[in-house]
Design a protein around this ligand. Structure first.
Ligand SMILES: [Zn+2]
Length: 153
């Protein structure tokens, strides 16, 4: 146990070793050798506290020396999953603001389409089904679909 006084020489050495980043245990050994007596690690820590040198870690961390750099692979270990964009099917239903009822006649196939038939595509365009109700001249659509085409455009 260190019973003697911390003279200037030992204090200066302590400060130097502490500033060099040595641990309290290492400093205790070094100073014990210089002082020719046994200085414990606790004595070193106590002196460091009294000298208010114990902020070393905080200061170094702020300067960026203490903190190890984050490995690059850790940064991009979890890639953000790509969000699947859900594309809604094109609406075939009339907008709710339309009060008129859609034609009740069955849809007409492309081959059966006549001049008087409404050209409004029913459902999937690849099915080539048309409304087939009587056209509202001069529109190529029936009254109902003529209104709907105006709403959409
Ligand atoms: Zn129609």
């Amino acid at each position: 146990m260190f019973k003697g006084e911390w003279n200037d020489e030992l204090t200066t050495e302590l400060k130097g070793l502490w500033a060099a980043g040595k641990s309290a245990g290492v400093i205790a050994r070094e100073i014990s050798r210089s002082a020719g007596t046994c200085i414990t690690r606790n004595a070193v820590i106590g002196k460091v506290h009294r000298l208010k040198l114990d902020g070393r870690r905080t200061i170094e961390a702020r300067d960026g020396h203490e903190r190890p750099p984050v490995p690059a692979d850790r940064k991009r270990r979890r890639p953000r999953p790509k969000l699947k964009v859900w594309k809604p099917m094109p609406k075939v239903e009339p907008p709710p603001q339309l009060t008129e009822q859609p034609p009740t006649n069955p849809p007409v196939l492309l081959f059966d389409l006549e001049k008087r038939h409404c050209r409004w595509v029913i459902g999937d365009p690849s099915a080539m089904l048309f409304c087939g109700a009587d056209r509202a001249e001069p529109s190529s659509y029936c009254a109902f679909h003529m209104k709907q085409s105006r709403v959409r455009s």
